[in-house]
Write a protein that binds this ligand. Structure first.
Ligand code: DQA
Length: 146
């Protein structure tokens, strides 16, 4: 069974009420629930974690190797634009990851245009709203041959 880890970074716990014009009205629980149902229908399993703390995200990435995670779907939020530590963790484990951004970061402030993660991602999905997570799940499972 394919195991997919869905990791969300800072402030993504606020989805549903956070700047709905930018991020939509789905809560993170709505998004994770859909991913769980889609994964189950395809014989895969989803584990999900959200944290506002960089060290917890780094720890989750490091742990993913020993728990047999096949792919990571990652919306690192603002850490995308700042975190060399998260990039190093991802580079160090060899588990493919798919970077997701709900908003089109390239249509926003210039500080959102650079990602420390994209160059080592298996794929990047930007600006499709909450369904970006589902697109990433589909891509990850297809790549894994499921
Ligand atoms: C985001 C874009 C980031 O720039 C921002 O800091 C977020 C959310 C997105 O999903 O569009 O927290 O990753």
């Amino acid at each position: 069974m394919a195991r997919i880890l869905v990791l969300n970074g800072p402030n993504l716990n606020l989805l549903g009420t956070r700047e709905p014009a930018v991020y939509g009205s789905d809560t993170l629980a709505d998004i994770v629930g859909r991913l769980e149902r889609l994964a189950t229908a395809r014989g895969a399993a989803v584990a999900a974690l959200q944290s506002n703390a960089e060290h917890e995200l780094v720890a989750a990435v490091q742990a993913s190797k020993s728990t047999g995670t096949d792919a990571i779907i990652l919306n690192a939020g603002a850490f995308t634009h700042t975190s060399i530590a998260l990039r190093d963790a991802l580079a160090g484990i060899g588990v493919p990851f798919y970077e997701v951004h709900i908003s089109n970061v390239y249509a926003r402030e210039s500080f959102r245009h650079h990602s420390y993660l994209s160059a080592i991602a298996a794929g990047v999905i930007v600006g499709f709203g909450a369904i970006g997570y589902e697109l990433a799940l589909d891509a990850a499972l297809r790549k894994l041959g499921r």
